[in-house]
Design a protein around this ligand. Structure first.
Ligand code: AMP
Ligand code: MG
Length: 497
């Protein structure tokens, strides 16, 4: 620190102000234990942006204790390392107890933006590992590392990651891969499944609820006794319903498919959580499924809003154990559709450069998705090139096989946009500020993975630079905004990670 209150950041991770409020919950909520360190861990990448959030100076990332903490060799000073228990519904079926099977919560750092938890993923077995080896492979770790920053760059709520540590330790999946650990950062990793775990243990459920409300939703407390004893729980549920609806609306409008929307992967804070076989769509398909293990298409792009709502029902269901009236819970759940539609429409209007919702806009949007679907048009470039189509329609029309259909939709859109006031140039600028040019396409992540396997973090660095500010064109990086190459068609993502 320098005098005058201007913070330069702490020069060592050991100096952070650390606590672990989760460890104050009753011991049945977790197991205190140390990670199992990797052999000869190396820091492949440290994220300066997330470090800054934690008030860590750049030089802190180069010190040996930083690597040691992020490799699970050294506890976070002041933290109480633990693995948390939770349950969940996986692919619509009650899976019973799950929990941090390969993750360790190190503690929470006090920051100017509130407490931020640091959690290792891939850091070894815990009592919740079941058949798993407690490890994460480099491939999926690079993907999670990049995805958090891609989401943050798009302004979509997400967990993030501070560091990516690699080792030559073998990990056995379909083939032999190598191990990695990422250090994830979020205010909390509590999931819907953390509540579901206590669906028949009211005392523990109450303890978790009180913890989450006190730490993350204090505004739900209200005045003492106001609205009856269950009012804070209901207000919290309502808030989670709205946040989740807004989150999924944001996903839909950037073409993000989560891939594994199980209730244990749903954040109680409305963050995008647990990046596995996720995907940002290239060619638009309404029923696009990014996870090849999802043979039923349960988590297809168009299913995500309804799945989120279903997951919220599972969360609400667990609150019945507190003696809350089902009708009162249902009322909170019913806010989903309005909250989703409002957020979705606002985002679509912004993407189209339109100001006010008008009659006929639902049909305009419907026609848009149908046009993209029937032409398998690129999700990201279709929006991006629509902005310039007001000046020169050719680059936009070139994205579609059926140019006549594209022209017909475009004419309708231009009529609609022109009737609202404002110039085409203003609209184009506004649209270019919200429609990303660079998204984390699968093949871009794959290039970064291939380089990372050679110990080269250069592609990660390049992608982070582009994805942090995804709407701003950068000279020399045209291929990162281009359609995927042919080899990308063969990429398959499964739950294996
Ligand atoms: P996921 O599908 O990644 O959300 O994981 C579902 C559950 O399986 C969570 O409880 C994870 O902690 C656990 N899990 C996934 N992979 C492993 C692994 N390799 N070792 C131990 N537990 C795992
Ligand atoms: Mg998970």
């Amino acid at each position: 620190m320098i005098p005058g209150g201007l913070s330069m950041g702490f020069d060592s991770i050991d100096r952070l102000e650390v606590d672990n409020s989760y460890a104050d919950l009753p011991p049945v909520f977790y197991t205190r234990l140390a990670p199992q360190p990797l052999t000869q861990p190396r820091l492949l990448h440290a994220n300066a942006d997330v470090a800054a959030l934690l008030d860590l100076a750049p030089e802190a990332l180069r010190r040996p204790e930083f690597l040691e903490v992020c490799a699970g060799q050294r506890p976070l000073q002041g933290g109480k390392t633990l693995a948390a228990v939770y349950s969940g519904h996986q692919f619509g079926v009650w899976a019973g107890q799950l929990g941090d099977g390969r993750a360790h919560l190190l503690g929470e750092v006090r920051t100017a933006h509130g407490p931020m938890e640091l959690q290792l993923k891939g850091s070894g077995r815990t009592p919740y590992s079941r058949m798993g080896d407690g490890r994460a492979v480099l491939r999926s770790s690079v993907r999670e590392y990049l995805a958090g920053e891609a989401m943050a760059g798009l302004g979509i709520p997400t967990t993030r990651a501070l560091a990516l540590v690699v080792s030559d330790d073998p990990v056995y999946r379909e083939t032999v891969e190598t191990a990695a650990v990422i250090t994830r950062v979020a205010p909390s990793f509590v999931r819907f499944g953390s509540f579901e775990h206590w669906h028949d243990a009211p005392q523990n459920l109450r303890a978790l609820l009180d913890y989450v409300i006190a730490h993350f939703y204090p505004e739900c407390l209200g005045a003492e006794g106001e609205g009856g004893p269950h009012a804070p729980a209901l207000r919290m549920l309502g808030t989670v319903v709205r946040r989740t609806a807004e989150l999924v609306a944001a996903w839909q409008t950037v073409g993000f498919c989560h891939g594994v929307m199980n209730t244990d992967n749903m954040s109680i804070l409305g963050l995008t959580l647990d990046y596995g076989p996720y995907g940002f769509m290239d060619a638009f398909q309404v029923r696009h499924v990014c996870n090849h293990s999802d043979t039923q298409g349960r988590y297809a792009w168009n299913a995500q809003p309804a799945v989120a709502h279903w997951n919220l029902y599972r969360l609400a269901n667990s609150l019945l154990a507190l003696g809350i009236e089902p009708e009162a819970l249902k009322q909170e759940l019913q806010q989903f559709e309005d909250a989703f539609l409002q957020a979705y429409r606002r985002r679509m209007l912004d993407k189209f450069g339109l100001r006010q919702w008008q009659d006929g806009d639902a049909e305009l949007i419907d026609g848009w998705w149908r046009l993209l679907h029937e032409n398998r048009a690129d999700f990201t470039l279709s929006f991006r090139k629509l902005a310039g189509a007001q000046r020169d329609a050719v680059p936009f029309l070139d994205l579609f096989i059926d140019r006549e259909a594209a022209q017909a939709w475009l004419s309708r859109y231009l009529d609609r946009a022109g009737g609202e006031g404002g110039t085409a140039a203003e609209r184009e600028m506004a649209m270019d500020r919200v429609n990303p040019l660079y998204v984390l396409r699968n093949h871009l992540a794959e290039q970064a993975i291939r380089a990372a396997k050679q110990g080269d973090a250069g592609e990660i660095e390049t992608l982070l630079m582009l994805l942090r500010d995804p709407c701003t064109p950068r000279a020399g990086y045209e291929q990162y905004a281009a359609l995927p190459p042919d080899w990308a068609n063969g990429l398959e993502l499964s739950c294996s990670s």
